[in-house]
Ligand binder design. Sequence first.
Ligand code: GLN
Length: 506
Amino acid sequence: MSDFLDLPIADLATQVQSGALTARQVTEGALARIERTRDLNALLFVAKDAALAAADAVDAKRARGQTLGKLAGVPLAIKDALCTTDAPTTCASKILTRAGAGNSGGTDPTQGFRAPYDATVVSRLREADAILIGKANMDEFAMGSSGENSAFGPARNPWDQARTAGGSSSGSAVAVAAGLALGSLGSDTGGSIRQPAALCGVVGVKPTYGRVSRYGLVAFAAGLDQVGPFARDVRSAARMLEVIAGRDPLDSTSADVPVGDYEAACNREVRGLRIGIPEEYFGEGLDPTIAENVRTAIGELEKAGCSVKPVSLPHTKYGIATYYIVATAEASSNLARFDGVRFGLRIEDAKSDLISLYGKTRNAGFGAEVKRRILLGTYVLSAGYYDAYYKKAQRVRTLIKRDFDPAFESVDAIAVPTSPTPAFRLGEKVDNPLAMYLADVFTLPASLAGISALSVPCAPTPATPARASLPVGLQLLGPAFAEERLFALAAEVERRVGGVRRPPTA
Ligand code: GLN
């Protein structure tokens, strides 16, 4: 039995540090569980050999009498958008995998692009003696809200495999929910950590923009992208953030702000904190059960001594339009580098000139959603439309950001739902991009404003004959660099209404 895979991160690390468990035992347990849950399609690459070698190195370090790090022997999954030297990095795209038969674009993610360096967050996990067990499935280049834009098939929700795990960090959320890993890293540009965390019933943290280094994260929209942790409980997520956060000379946008004691914050008193409720987030389109369970969780915070008051975020309704202009503009520029010359796939024929090499490679390598965004982004940046779309969107982004300033003068944190619906069915929204974009309505404003945010499970939906019980996420938003406060509140919610639950398929 590998029950140790169900422990909180700190408890497992303590056992490995003390020698009660070896890192090899733990890693072998995780690899066995990965084998048993292949149906979930959570991982694109299982780093079996590298993980076992890393585990042996941790055990040898202990045998030499050296002190082990905060994540000693803890198996973690890494979103496949983060560069790793000992595993491929594909962003779940054919363009970063080797060409298949008939120049069709890559089909095998285990034959993906090999990065020459580790992302800073990956190096920091390794320095803390974590074991990186694999690369997690995702929407191609982190574009999507359901995992269905992965070139290698969607990850499946462990609470109901016919349903989406959310996106874009779908595999990272599934790996943690199903216990293949104790924690994982994802990236959040407009909700891609918080939304899958909510749909899979785990904790997901989108740190303040600049809190965590982006060096080695394949850029989607660099002005919004942030790396953050997933874990089954709040304290485990806090420990992971502590390890990865902090200034990095390799990322000039990483902030020189001291890293908080996030783990200790989980035991901090929340009495006296003021919680804002923006009515803009509780209107039309919100599933009534989610509204109820989120309000119940907020009620529990009141019982713990918090005060609750309304706040107004009037520009919320422009979030989707603004985000899908700003993010696609940045994406169209960032993805220009995938041209068949420098990375991954190259599709050419005997007569190919450079332009047709670009065209053929990009046509075969990118999926439909990525192409849609490159087209949209190129359009909004083009000479005649720049002012009307891109510049206007940047101005509205400033208004959305400014909504939060007066709100955070009167409250310490804001509590809202993470997702308007519980996990939807695979296939339900794939043909309707606008319906898919609406899944992000509650997560986009915090991304556009660059503030701190997380999702923590509250009470799940009741099981009915037609639908299994599905997880519900409460989203907490705080000012920039207020992660400690969010961890304190999330831990209180967890103690009162949440708690770790194990999905039926794991
Ligand atoms: N779902 C949003 C999108 O499709 C957000 C993605 C993300 O945060 N990476 O762009």
